[in-house]
Write a protein that binds this ligand. Sequence first.
Ligand code: SF4
Ligand code: SF4
Length: 472
Amino acid sequence: MSQEQDNFRDSIGTINEEGKRAWVFPKKPSGKFYEYRKYVSYFLLAFLFASPFIKINGNQFLMFNVLERRFNIFGFPFWPQDFHLFVISMIIGVIFIALFTVAYGRIFCGWMCPQTIFMEMVFRRIEYWIDGDRGAQIKLDRQPWDGKKIRKRILKWTIFFIISFLIANVFLAYLIGSDRLVRYVIDGPFQHLSTLISLLIFTAVFYFVFAWFREQVCIIACPYGRMQGVLLDNKSVVVAYDHKRGEAENGRKKWRKNEDRNALGHGDCIDCFQCVNVCPTGIDIRNGTQLECVNCTACIDECDTIMEKVNLPKGLIRYASEDEIVKKEKFKFTPRLKGYTAVLTILIGVLAGMLFLRNDLEANILRLPGQLYEHKEGNIISNVYTYKLVNKTSDDVEGVSFQLLSHKGAIKLVRNELFTVPAQDLAEGTLFVEINNAAVKSDKEKIKIGVYSDGELIETTLTAFMAPRSYR
Ligand code: SF4
Ligand code: SF4
């Protein structure tokens, strides 16, 4: 590609020559892929809106309560103690997306990303409904502020605000939990003023993003988008223009009836600019893979429609890798892909093992800092401990008691002998371990304590027991 042809890389598609925002008025997409994307978006939107309200064993299906450090993933509650599991599942998520990107480009952006789904399948469709298609939108934008334009703008911005408010509520349900959100709504918003202010801030952010910032999120703000340069290679399947076919020897050329393009050496691209007009990020896919492209498939549909009209084969723009286009190669499982897959498999195995081995009740018993040991009658050594029991289930754990498993001795609780650890909560307290000195082999002995619920062993934990050195 010549220097001149490569000029499009000097600036992003949505900035004009004066450095100002070039507003994109994309043509309304239509076609096979757009229809499929609609169905996928209906499913994902239903999933997104329903997830905070679905409960599994009393746990919210998905919850990301950052403030209280409580997370539920697929109804699985993660406590701060499970943070390593949460981190591993996040790493697996990132590697999965990276692996997917290497193989299938930005398919996630076009089909699954909430930004694209809300922008293209919710807000943009409302815009088409109110303002009309590309031509009408451009006309409306350029015309003076008369009654019609004011009415349309107020209607559009009001609907955008209501939807942003709805999204902010769902976002809050993920953050603080749907039960609490419903309770706040019933109490009345002014009873929880700080939450109301947060809700309005979220609403303003969503409104700003979908009414004004739009494709700039993908181009400027999204870190995933910025990583494409290092993730994609010539074998990655992306939305691509078949430049071999489109340009041929003598380049693209406008369509003329009854002209033998083959004989003239012109490619199949009839330079109709429909793929450019339909692009929501304002780029020309014929320049090659660009960071702005979110693989939304709108240009595939549009070009296929044109190809049908001029009786040329479809697929001039299609899902393909650069190698597939240039060398006519088929998709290959490259060593890089194999490496990613191996790492992913290992991580999933580790995560599954950790989840499988995770106890519903986690016990932590630690010696009270600054305390050594105490001599008691009958050659008994006593150590004092604090215990913390975390109940990760949605049922109370009742009749809890401790027993010393590794040594003959006794465990004495400061409070009740039997107690309850409430569901999704913790119990803390102090206990004494008493062991006959004759049974202690070293001055810092490992002891094993069992936690029982109604007489049934539910968890074991290790801790240290201190005894005087002179006795050894
Ligand atoms: S829609 Fe197809 S034919 Fe028209 S300009 Fe784009 S690539 Fe060329
Ligand atoms: S180039 Fe095509 S696939 Fe990429 S963002 Fe534009 S319309 Fe969507």
